[in-house]
Ligand binder design. Structure first.
Ligand code: PMP
Length: 407
């Protein structure tokens, strides 16, 4: 069954506006997606009716808020097919989830001389926490190289893997190029040498079927705001056995079992990693976003986005002066490109003048851009509410910009 895109668009109030005198075309979905009205209503409803701190109140509002908060955890468990909801930890976002693993798993299980493998495709969020750890404890960061089309070179990965490798931390789908990495193969190879695997799922959780049991990843991080949910909220999935062995991340309320001035014992997972008052409204409002994904169907969403990507790629490939960046055969719906002799920022500005929102620049992947010999790219990224008609307007605008420069 194909997507009823008009019905879907009617659920997203923000899409129905003009920007710079043109109907908004929002193609910056890899940065953040728009929110359906059910998410907006849930935030308002929470503050109007249920606002209360969770887990410790002995009153009705606290019970209601706690129940809804934990219902979202169960929905995330369903999304990822995790074994149990306790393996789902709420954080501020992908960035915090990765930092959590670096600070806790990293400090306990990665020592001087041990190796951490990442790839050239990584977002800064999956580079900097590991550099910080290596600086602290003398571990060594190694980088899996890529081809010119933006694919990992698996033979090089295998050469880098050894019994010194303690962790492979890898992006599932690249935000800058769209490349989908063969993570199942990577996970199996890493496990064979005793290394654990963290998947940066910031771009995969919204587009791909991510089954953590089938993939057998040890950790997976993503942000709610890229799955039609609120900002300020992320998820860290981790296998129970690992989470139990890891020390806590932040110290404070909620994460304790008992505190004396001499010694503190810690709460069970997931609460051990959720110190302080969490983003209660955001967690509660993430459930309708997940319900939207479940009702629409991940397969249908993916098929729709792939159709837009194939459609756009098919036409744009032939535009004179347009250089596609990232041409791996397996991609999420990200089209990165440059226009000959134009700065990406200028292209972005010209598109914005037509009401078309794209991202320009290095996309928080400076080492990747350096590898490709680029300062940056223009990136159009599609979501479930985008249409072929929008792609047509975008293609026309891009073709016009390219023709001005490349006569
Ligand atoms: N990794 C990838 C692949 C991303 O696309 C992003 C967001 N652009 C992040 C990490 C960081 O996510 P957040 O800013 O929500 O923490």
């Amino acid at each position: 069954m194909s997507i009823q895109v008009n019905a879907i668009r009617s659920l997203f109030p923000i899409l129905h506006q003009e920007v710079n005198g043109h109907p908004l075309i929002y193609f910056d979905n890899a940065a953040t997606t728009q929110k359906p009205v059910a998410v907006l209503d849930a935030i308002q409803n929470y503050y109007e009716k249920d606002n209360s701190n969770i887990h410790r109140g002995a009153h009705t509002l606290a019970d209601r808020a706690t129940r809804q908060y934990e219902e979202t955890r169960e929905s995330v468990r369903t999304l990822l097919n995790a074994r149990e909801a306790a393996e789902v930890i709420f954080t501020k976002g992908t960035t915090e989830s990765i930092n959590l693993v670096a600070k806790t798993f990293g400090s306990k299980f990665i020592q001087k001389g041990d190796e951490i493998l990442i790839s050239t495709l990584e977002h800064h969020s999956n580079i900097v926490p590991w550099q910080m750890l290596c600086e602290q404890n003398g571990a060594i960061l190694k980088v899996i190289p890529i081809t010119d089309s933006g694919e990992l070179i698996l033979e090089e990965f295998e050469k880098l893997l050894s019994n010194k490798t303690k962790l492979v931390s890898i992006v599932h789908a690249s935000n800058a190029l769209g490349t989908i990495n063969p993570v199942k193969t990577i996970i199996a190879a890493a496990h064979a040498v005793g290394a654990k695997v963290l998947l940066d799922g910031a771009q995969s959780a919204s587009h791909l079927e991510v089954d953590v049991q089938e993939l057998d990843c040890d950790f997976l991080a993503f942000s709610a705001h890229k799955l039609y949910g609120p900002t300020g909220l992320g998820v860290l999935y981790g296998k129970r056995a690992l989470l139990e062995e890891m020390p806590p991340f932040l110290g404070g309320g909620e994460m304790i079992r008992e505190v004396t001035f001499e010694k503190t014992t810690y709460n069970t997972i997931p609460f051990k990693f959720e110190a302080g008052t969490p983003s209660i409204a955001e967690v509660i409002a993430f459930k309708p976003a997940l319900d939207f994904i479940f009702t629409t169907g991940k397969k249908q969403i993916l098929a729709h986005e792939n159709d837009l990507l194939d459609y756009a790629t098919g036409i744009l490939r032939d535009v004179k002066g347009l250089i596609p960046v990232g041409t791996a055969p397996e991609k999420v719906a990200v089209f990165s490109f440059n226009i000959q002799s134009m700065h990406p920022y200028d292209v972005g500005q010209l598109l914005d003048a037509k009401g078309i929102a794209v991202r320009t620049g290095h996309h928080c992947t400076q080492p990747l851009m350096r590898r490709l010999g680029l300062e940056g790219t223009v990136r159009a990224s599609f979501a479930v509410y985008n249409t072929r008609a929008e792609v047509d307007v975008f293609v026309q605008a891009v073709s016009k910009i390219a023709s001005l420069k490349n006569k």
